[in-house]
Design a protein. Structure first.
Length: 83
């Protein structure tokens, strides 16, 4: 989850920095609305990172007794045949 959280945070920061650079006069920095948007953005990034981490943890829980080659073979088969 930490890797995803870092990647999504960097993407959001880059988007925010672009908005400020492209339209510097339209962006309000110290208003009540911008604080709410910032808090909502932070919560959203955490939720997205957690949601994308769930499938990985489920797979690790289900296949913890199998070797990596068995897991990869299964996923390669599933990908090829659309299972």
């Amino acid at each position: 989850m930490a890797v995803g959280l870092t990647a999504y945070s960097v993407a959001v920061f880059s988007f925010q920095r672009y908005r400020v650079s492209a339209n510097p006069l339209k962006v309000r920095v110290s208003s009540q609305i911008s604080r709410r948007v910032t808090a909502a953005t932070i919560c959203g990034v955490w939720i997205v990172a957690a949601l994308f981490a769930v499938p990985t943890n489920i797979i690790k829980f289900i296949y913890k007794s199998h070797t990596i080659s068995e897991i990869l073979t299964y996923f390669q088969f599933a990908f090829l045949f659309g299972l």
